[in-house]
Design a protein around this ligand. Structure first.
Ligand SMILES: [Zn+2]
Ligand SMILES: [Zn+2]
Length: 439
């Protein structure tokens, strides 16, 4: 029997969760209009007469007003919570939610990830708004988990601009005193004389950001024994961009296009690829396009060493980032801080729907994370694919925890892009017990 026939026969036996909803993440700094975006979606669902819930984490009164007003009009249910346990308790008595909006998700515990997963599994469209990193450049764990699982990522548009220079895109959050003039720099503030109530958080670019002595990125690099007293590479503000998505979604193709473009405008580029992904010193996309030369490296440390060697590139492109060690995260962020334009591509989710390597954390710390999609491999499906399904030799989706099979050439096989409706991992613990009694 041909393998495609076998796949079709196996497919016919499976029952996919066609009523599965989706997870939409709205990330951004303060003042990125995340709440406005969330509210617009909720009002859209209400205008279609759908039933839903709005959840606000934390105790900031400003965020509670609009959902409470809608609730008082009897339009929605709203819930102000400080813990995910409260939310779980509430959901256990609810059925038939068509949409759920969650604001300030970064203030919740990491259990929110599995709650959202199950809400989507039970058919709800889940919108999640939240900041992705704090002012010490630590990514919020909840947001890492949710961005990895997202079917869609909606970055605010237009992007928030830096409060200090008013020019560059602002991925960071800087605390400042309300009294400081618009053209002032944050480091001119005498913090000992600032009253706590007059402090506010503002969006800030990498160029204007004041690095705290407790800065998490610098701390991680020092723990690795790397020299963090590097001179700024250029006066230009650096950036960190990421393209991610399942297999066959065109990530390497995009990285190659980027490298070609940078060369055309006569900038210096250094391209890196992880040695586990290829045996050759070049990038090759599934569609057959190529880029060489690329540095084939075994770990993130080699990227650091080669970039900081002269002649220094202006652009740094890193492909197959999912195979790298976690050190890739502070190294990419630090290079952006020095003024490099860093462009990373890699798979965000392992075939068993778990975060793949350092990519999800990079999604949270990047200025922009573009989630590319492939075409769902089911012939009858029109949804974009955000997952990678793995088939076992029998043609059925691989069991959770099973090891990938290799063909005689040593290549792993049996991967297909799938939408989240046509995606299954039998035995996955996240779906083993569904304690939320939703329909
Ligand atoms: Zn700035
Ligand atoms: Zn599909």
């Amino acid at each position: 029997m041909r393998s495609s026939d076998m796949h079709e026969e196996a497919e016919a036996m499976l029952e996919y969760n066609e009523k599965r909803g989706k997870i939409v993440v709205i990330p951004g700094t303060v003042d990125a209009r995340k709440t406005t975006t969330l509210k617009k979606q909720v009002l859209g669902h209400l205008s279609r007469g759908q039933r839903g819930l709005v959840v606000v984490f934390g105790d900031d009164i400003a965020y509670k007003k609009w959902p409470e007003r809608q609730r008082d009009r009897g339009k929605i249910e709203s819930l102000i919570v400080t813990s995910t346990a409260e939310l779980s308790g509430y959901l256990s008595q609810r059925t038939g939610l068509q949409f759920v909006g969650i604001d300030n998700a970064h203030l919740s515990g990491p259990e929110l990830v599995s709650i959202c997963r199950r809400l989507a599994w039970n058919g709800a469209i889940v919108y999640i708004a939240g900041q992705t990193q704090d002012r010490l450049r630590r990514a919020y764990h909840t947001m890492i988990g949710l961005m990895a699982l997202a079917d869609e990522i909606w970055h605010p548009f237009p992007a928030p601009r830096c409060y200090f220079c008013g020019y560059s895109v602002a991925p960071l959050v800087q605390l400042t005193s309300r009294q400081i003039p618009l053209d002032g720099q944050p480091n001119e503030v005498d913090w000992s004389r600032v009253e706590p109530r007059s402090v506010m958080a503002v969006p800030c670019c990498r160029g204007c950001f004041t690095y705290s002595s407790e800065d998490a990125i610098v701390g991680r690099l020092q723990d690795l024994g790397l020299d963090t007293t590097q001179e700024r590479h250029t006066e230009i503000t650096g950036s960190l961009e990421l393209v991610t998505g399942p297999m066959f979604s065109g990530k390497t193709f995009t990285a190659i296009g980027m490298a070609e473009y940078i060369t055309r405008v006569r900038r210096r580029v250094a391209v890196f690829v992880h040695g586990e992904a290829t045996k050759k010193s070049k990038l090759v996309s599934h569609s057959g396009s190529e880029w060489k030369p690329a540095h084939r490296v075994a770990n993130a440390r080699e990227v650091w060493d080669q970039v900081l060697e002269s002649p220094r590139p202006e652009w740094v492109i890193i492909d197959e980032a999912q195979f790298f060690d976690p050190d890739l995260v502070p190294i990419c962020v630090y290079l952006a801080q020095l003024g490099y334009q860093v462009f990373v591509s890699g798979v965000n989710l392992y075939w068993s729907e778990e975060p793949f390597g350092p990519v999800p954390e990079l999604m949270a710390l990047a200025d922009r994370a573009y989630l590319l999609t492939a075409m769902c491999s089911r012939n009858d499906c029109k949804e974009p694919a955000t997952r990678t399904l793995r088939r076992s030799a029998s043609g059925l989706p691989a069991e959770y925890g099973s090891l990938p099979e290799k063909d005689p050439g040593g290549k792993e096989k049996g991967y297909e892009p799938r939408c989240s409706k046509h995606y299954l991992v039998p035995g996955h613990p996240a779906y083993a017990t569904v304690d939320l009694a939703l329909e």
